[in-house]
Design a protein around this ligand. Structure first.
Ligand SMILES: O=C(O)CCC(=O)C(=O)O
Length: 258
């Protein structure tokens, strides 16, 4: 038995590269996150926040005449305290300790992807960094742009890039059509390895949003981002469990985590 998962769940994660868990958040916590998420996107839609990703598979993913889009907001913990509380949720961190096999859990970055009904873009199949926590804020399936995975693909290691210049996209070989859909209820969480090939379909539903909140964490002992990249990831390096023994406190290294 792990801290947050059963032995069977830990084995499932090892075999498949992901685990689907329920009831981590109380109904009140879930409601607050869901409401504040909507408030955040309302503010974003007033044009005062960063732009949308157009969700194409062209070389430059931000230039497209596609009618589809994924609306994104990064660093949600900078927008409302409820998101930060979720990043440090003790039940979630127990599970992360089980799957990462480290007591030293550090924040990498967070983001939200909102796919509107009828015109929510797909998210091409790809691999990611460290370990990801994908909180579903709506019931999700292939019709409204739900998550799809290639179970066991984490065992293949880092795969060759195809298509996009600035990501690890595998949309040619690992098609979304052949991937396994994750059927999730509102509040469900999928935790997956950075090496799991995953992506999501178009939201072609008539009236179903696809809202998600993604957190990526890493083991504090893992290879760290170079200092100049850290400026792109506010909150990077924040420890939610354990210790970062390699943190150098000299003034010259104050923006570094090594
Ligand atoms: O929005 C999605 O469905 C997928 C997002 C994702 O996997 C990512 O941003 O790394």
């Amino acid at each position: 038995m792990g801290k947050g998962l059963t032995d069977e769940q830990i084995q499932f994660y090892k075999d498949n590269g992901y685990i689907h868990v329920k009831n981590i958040l109380s109904p009140e916590e879930l409601k607050e996150i869901s409401d504040e998420y909507d408030n955040l996107f309302r503010r974003k839609n007033q044009g005062i926040m960063e732009n949308s990703w157009v969700g194409g598979v062209a070389d430059d993913l931000r230039i497209s005449d596609s009618p589809y889009s994924v609306k994104g907001v990064h660093n949600l913990q900078n927008h409302h305290a409820c998101f930060g509380k979720f990043i440090g949720n003790e039940k979630l961190l127990d599970i992360l300790e089980d799957v990462t096999e480290t007591p030293n859990i550090m924040l990498h970055h967070t983001k939200a992807h909102f796919k509107p009904p009828e015109k929510g873009a797909m998210y091409p199949m790809h691999q990611d960094s460290p370990v990801a926590v994908f909180l579903h804020l709506d019931r999700c399936d292939p019709e409204n742009g739900g998550l799809h995975v290639y179970p066991g693909s984490h065992k293949l290691g880092p795969l060759e890039d195809w298509g996009a210049k600035e990501g690890n996209f595998h949309w040619k070989k690992y098609t979304i059509e052949n991937a396994t859909p994750v059927l999730a209820e509102k509040g469900d969480i999928v935790i997956f390895s950075y090496l799991l090939v995953h992506g999501s379909t178009l939201n072609t539903s008539k009236d179903r949003n696809r809202r998600m909140f993604l957190i990526q964490y890493l083991d504090a002992d893992d290879k760290q981002l170079p200092a100049e990249d850290l400026r792109l990831q506010p909150g990077y390096g924040w420890l939610f469990r354990g210790v970062n023994k390699s943190k150098d406190e000299s003034v010259a290294k104050r923006f570094s985590h090594t």
